[in-house]
Design a protein around this ligand. Structure first.
Ligand code: ADP
Ligand code: MG
Length: 273
């Protein structure tokens, strides 16, 4: 390198750092050498660098969104067996996974079913697919979020706490039915639902049908008002299947389905069904 080149190179490093272009900063020297050697047109050199920065930026954004989503690990659409929930259409779920049609208008998804039916798995898997498609998602246990909002309310910061959740295109509230009586009485959950109505989406899972939602909100009127807002633009999926864990355990016992990995088959045990 000539003296001017060395000075130029040092300046480029400083400028790229200042401009926050870490990928270009990492690549430019090697690519400049190749470009000089092979006589690239200047535009080509610049385009290759810009493409690297773009691609890395996309990857970094995805990593950030994945971390902030706090999805339970290992729950994907690929590992979800749609055959055990014939009432849920795989095609419909795959369409929802693109996000465009419903997240843009703040529509909701409600997932009903008994414990072990796959509600948390399916909602986490949908959340992951949406993050992969560029949406921002937060997965929380409903009681945890209610607790946080109650604290915010005590500090007179409920409004801003709810506003902060606006950055998520989708809020996944897992197990709404587990909200306790004292949590219900503060009505923070209602405030959240009302604030997001027709603007930002929610996916709510519940073991209990609407008829049993009375204890989630302080009174009947608020329960009805909450349900009304949630269902106004909503896809409702009912997963009325036997617990997947129980089913898997039984299948293993009968020697069907997947080969047993944990349980040992005890032939003398009475098969229940
Ligand atoms: P729920 O939230 O309805 O109580 P989970 O989603 O926690 O149920 O499911 C219980 C367990 O069974 C989890 O480990 C989940 O991954 C698994 N599971 C449930 N349904 C399915 C399914 N259809 N395909 C694959 N795994 C499933
Ligand atoms: Mg669950």
């Amino acid at each position: 390198m000539t003296r001017t080149n060395i000075v130029d190179a040092a300046r480029v490093e400083l400028l790229l750092n200042e401009l926050r272009l870490p990928s270009i900063r990492l690549m430019w020297a090697k690519l400049a050498e190749q470009s000089d050697r092979e006589g690239w047109p200047a535009a080509r050199f610049l385009a290759v660098l810009a493409e690297h920065e773009m691609a890395d930026r996309g990857r970094r954004r995805f990593e950030r969104h994945l971390t902030e989503a706090r999805l339970p690990a290992g729950k994907t659409l690929a590992t979800f067996d749609f055959e055990v929930v014939p009432m849920v259409s795989k095609a419909q779920v795959m369409a929802l996974a693109s996000g465009d049609a419903w997240l843009e208008k703040g529509a909701n998804i409600l997932l009903f079913g008994p414990p072990g039916g796959g509600k948390s798995h399916l909602s986490a898997a949908l959340g992951l697919a949406l993050v992969e498609n560029g949406w921002r998602v937060l997965f929380v246990r409903t009681t945890d979020l209610v607790q946080q909002l109650q604290i915010a309310r005590r500090e007179l910061a409920l409004e801003s706490a709810i506003a902060k959740l606006d950055r998520y295109d989708l809020l996944i509230l897992d197990d709404i039915a587990y909200v306790t009586k004292d949590q219900a009485e503060t009505s923070v959950l209602f405030e959240l639902i009302a604030a997001r109505y027709e603007r930002k989406s929610m996916l709510i899972t519940a073991n209990q049908p609407f008829g049993e939602w009375g204890k989630i909100f302080p009174d009947q009127a608020m329960t009805l008002a909450a349900i009304d807002r949630l269902v106004h633009h909503a896809t409702i999926l009912e997963m009325n299947v036997e617990s997947y864990r129980r089913r898997e355990a039984l299948d293993q016992k009968r020697g069907r389905g997947r080969p047993p990995t944990h349980a040992t088959i005890n032939k003398t045990e009475k098969a229940d069904g």
